[in-house]
Design a protein around this ligand. Structure first.
Ligand code: ADP
Ligand code: MG
Length: 322
């Protein structure tokens, strides 16, 4: 099977059949021709995933396909965007068609779920690496950003924090998960669900938003630095994964150590956002409407630290990690 046959047989199945919405010309020409929805702005983002860096080498092809698209969709979710199109640049070590098929099946699951369409890409040979470029749409001026947090805003997080930490530890150690909470965490680590509907619902409510890819503290730090403010968090109300708090996986750690570890670990793909305290009722109803737990974990304050409830420094903002 040559490169073009691979593209036709596998990758093209991720494009919509016939002319998809806004796609005047998709895979097959030198460029795609795309028409943006009326009265919208386009938001674009790219993420590269490298085997052994962004996912453990033993990850299944299906999960690699799912996760590579999921992490890109999560960036669109953080902007409050509706997914439109993506391109896929993939470097493959060989033509293992079984692997490619499973990879495409993983991606297809999210394509069906979200309606995003594959419109082009590039296929090369080398060590496994996947680079995806996503495009989404927001109403003009309606995107959520990192720079809008204001003093006295509430700080929220969606879902629970720590699945990523637990899932990574299990994936790397290869430990058979014995408890349901560990199985759940591993599943969510491999197949994170981008919070697209939530992001869109928050567009008219939140003042800033980010998706948690590097860890709650690190990502909140980005928001606070961009907004030139600090925050005070109630560490005890941060909703944590059972896989971290009650599972056997971190039995060697104390309560506070586990909480801090979960808040410093990545791969959760939840949303962290700020909203004026006058919007509390709306935040609650968005959570109820979309069946996602939204927890108020603290407040935005003047300053350049993330503090805990007693004023201890959790993070000094602007700290250089390298
Ligand atoms: P060119 O040489 O003009 O860059 P390519 O041979 O790289 O074109 O690709 C041929 C067509 O197939 C293009 O439309 C390109 O967008 C598409 N394509 C290549 N690889 C992929 C892929 N992995 N996924 C989707 N489309 C792809
Ligand atoms: Mg090319």
């Amino acid at each position: 099977m040559n490169e073009f046959e691979l593209i036709r047989a596998y990758f093209s199945t991720l494009a919509s059949k016939g002319a998809g919405e806004g796609v005047e010309l998709g895979i097959g020409d030198d460029c795609a021709i795309l028409t943006p929805p009326a009265d919208s702005q386009l938001v674009v983002s790219t993420d590269t995933l490298i085997a052994g860096v962004h996912f453990p080498e033993n990850t299944s092809a299906f999960d690699i396909g799912f996760k590579s698209l999921a992490v890109n969709l999560s960036d669109l979710a953080a902007m409050g965007a509706t997914p439109l199109w993506f391109t896929l640049c993939i470097t493959l070590p060989d033509r293992n068609t079984q692997w490619i098929e499973a990879f495409c099946n993983g991606m297809a699951q999210l394509v069906q779920q979200t309606g995003i369409q594959l419109v082009g890409g590039d296929t090369t040979k080398g060590s496994l690496s996947i680079s995806i470029h996503v495009t989404g749409a927001v109403p003009v001026g309606g995107a959520l950003t990192r720079h809008g947090a204001c003093v006295d805003d509430d700080v929220y997080v969606s879902g629970r924090i720590g699945h990523g930490a637990a899932g990574l530890k299990m994936a790397l150690s290869g430990v058979e998960a014995s408890e349901q909470c560990l199985l759940d965490a591993l599943y969510r680590f491999n197949r994170p669900q981008p919070r697209l509907v939530l992001g869109q619902a928050l567009r008219s409510i939140a003042t800033s938003c980010i998706d948690i890819s590097d860890g709650l503290f690190a990502d909140l730090e980005h928001v606070l630095c961009a907004s030139d403010v600090g925050a005070r968090l109630e560490l005890d109300v941060v909703p944590l994964s059972d896989a971290v708090m009650t599972g056997d996986l971190f039995a060697d750690k104390g309560e506070r150590e586990k909480k801090l570890m979960a808040c410093n670990a990545g791969d959760d793909y939840e949303l962290c956002f700020t909203a004026p305290f006058t919007e509390r009722a709306k935040v609650v109803s968005v959570g109820e409407e979309h069946g996602v737990v939204l927890t108020r974990i603290g407040k935005v304050e003047p300053g350049n630290h993330i503090l805990d409830a007693s004023g201890g420094v959790l993070v000094s903002l602007g700290y250089q990690h390298f």
